[in-house]
Design a protein around this ligand. Structure first.
Ligand code: CA2
Length: 146
């Protein structure tokens, strides 16, 4: 069982700015925490990040055959990208929408998700811990958790 953790625009900056909103962990810290959880629940992981919408579409399209599910923090594209929504609709894999922050407690433009209707569920507001919750939720969805 293998899960892709896919991060979108600006998430490569984690830990460098806006720690009050996004926390102090870097993306590398989060990936390391994810690997610990992956070992705990017996799931393999892969990681990717891109600031480019098309590259995220490519990653979603390329995941079947290697991965069984996708944990996706699409960043700001969550709120705008029909292309990413269409890629999620088209894939055979389950996709979980993830956010570090509670988007519903923030600006109005973050309250709408273009991708939520085509995802299996949404996790947000728990900072870096949300990634670990998302892995457990996806593993449970895939029937692999221990
Ligand atoms: O809360 C989340 O995880 C978001 O997906 C993060 C996006 C935001 O546009 C979404 O509404 C919610 C922004 C990621 C920006 O990440 C930064 C990290 C450090 C410094 C600056 C930006």
């Amino acid at each position: 069982m293998k899960i892709l953790v896919l991060n979108g625009p600006n998430l490569n900056l984690l830990g460098q700015r806006e720690p009050d909103i996004y926390g102090v962990s870097t993306l590398a810290d989060i990936e390391s925490m994810c690997l610990d959880t992956g070992r705990d629940i017996g799931v393999e992981l892969g990681f990717a990040q891109s600031n480019h919408e098309g590259a995220l579409v490519d990653a979603i399209q390329g995941a079947p055959g290697t991965y069984d599910g996708i944990v996706l923090n699409a960043g700001a594209y969550t709120h705008s990208s029909i292309a990413i929504r269409d890629a999620i609709s088209a894939t055979t894999l389950p996709v979980l929408e993830l956010h570090l922050s509670n988007v519903h407690a923030r600006e109005g433009f973050r309250h709408h998700s273009m991708i939520a209707p085509v995802c299996i569920g949404v996790i947000g507001g728990f900072g870096a811990t949300g990634y670990l919750l998302a892995l457990r939720a996806m593993a449970n969805h895939l029937g692999a958790d221990r």
